[in-house]
Design a protein around this ligand. Sequence first.
Ligand code: FES
Length: 549
Amino acid sequence: MSIADDPDRAPARSHLYAMGLSEEEMRRPVVGIASTWTGTMPCNLNHRDLAAQVAEGVRAAGGLPMEFNTIAVSDNLTMHTPGMRTSLISREVIADSIELMGRAHGFDALVAIVGCDKTVPAAIMALARLDVPSVVLYSGSMLPGRWRGKDVTIQDMWEALGEREVGRMDQADLDDLAKHACPGAGTCAAQYTANTMGTVADFLGLAPFGVGDIPATVPDKEAAARRVGEIAMRALAADARPSKVLTADALHNAIVSVAAMGGSTNAVLHLLAIAREAGLPLEIDRIGEICRQVPIITGLKPSGGDGTALDLWRAGGTALVVRRLLEAGLLRENVTLVDGRSLADVAADARETPGQTVVAGADRPFKPRGALAILRGSLAPGGCVLKLGGKDDFRHEGPARVFDSEADCYTAIQQGQIVAGDVIVVRYEGPAGGPGMREMLSITGPLVGRGLGSSVALVTDGRFSGVSHGLVIGHVAPEAYHGGPIALVRDGDAIVIDSAAGTLDLLVPEEELAARRAAWQRPDRPVERGVLTKYVATVASASDGAVTA
Ligand code: FES
């Protein structure tokens, strides 16, 4: 019975009258519109405008839209600050807040407007929990900036820091680049974490193909958002719930998309978390297997080439990627897409720009295999993630340079203490140890800028920005905070990375390791308060998606 017709809900009706609603409107199906707008970053700056358009679409299709907001944390703005510890934690808070609003108000359907990295998996996790007909609207990438005749993105900013350190760029040029690298609203402008996860939402079937890859500031975006409101009403009529859409086959396709587009290492964490929320079995090694089998077919930064998200959209977008992957037999077609189309329909609808050079066939890929690999070994018995960047398999053996925090490591790099061949180990940066599993872009960017990106390896129980590249291994499990082998490494120990064998090993005799283990004590650190305390108490291993539920 609707609020309009339930005699006992007169008090609730009084508040809806106060909002200007009529009884006719109160009888309509209610579509919650979750926006992750905050005024603290460009990534989600267009969400309020998009929410208004979605609401128009819902109204036009006979529904009653109700908008609400969540928090969001910018990775770029918090990078290399204590605030970065909040970034991954925000995924849980956003998921919980959408879930709570859904449970509180009993929405008949939901639209989640997402952009910056964590907001995408967070919304999907919440929608899986609520399991009402749902649509994800990815708010779109930023356009690339233009500086001295070339396209630039936030990746150039971070690498420019390293170039300044070695004298290849002065502060005036760095400041000038900062004024041009990010020209307006939208998410980081290539296949970094946000765009990777936006594509995941498409391939999971929860976001309509062709909407997410319209850049944030292109006028077509608003019309597309209005269509999303209408799609939500159709999804409600068709009872297209996440439990029907987000299936094992859809999850497989999403992993394929990450591999084929050279996606971010953060996708591993988020896919594991989404799978757990959806009740689907997924082990970290399965992601590695798919990445080994699927080539990179998009020439996008940072792993496939130099293209930006704008280039992908102009070439034909993710629909064109679907066409190429279907041609190669790499997708499972028995899936339900929220807009009612099939993958074959999406491929047929794709409009390829003649002469485009961004999306290739799987028979002539940009790189022979996906950008990620999952390693195990004596240093990471619970698994870890290697960012291959589409490189060929390699073996790297070098002496450990151990740091108990990202900040100490950053200082050592700045002082020129890291040399070719080293294996940097940054620990106590895991989900519980950080806490919050910070991204290490302030290390990887300067390493690349100093020309050490391919000769120095970085091993951490923290994680990486989608922008990061180089010989980087993150998500090492068990983490140092829980006494994993990474806690036992000492300066000078030999570490071997073998991507072909899928191993990460610490070459220290077992008797010596046993002695170190017996003597190990978790380092003292200031007592956490508030949300950080709750997080440390509940967060799971990175190999389980660092979930808290
Ligand atoms: Fe928000 Fe990159 S920091 S998308």
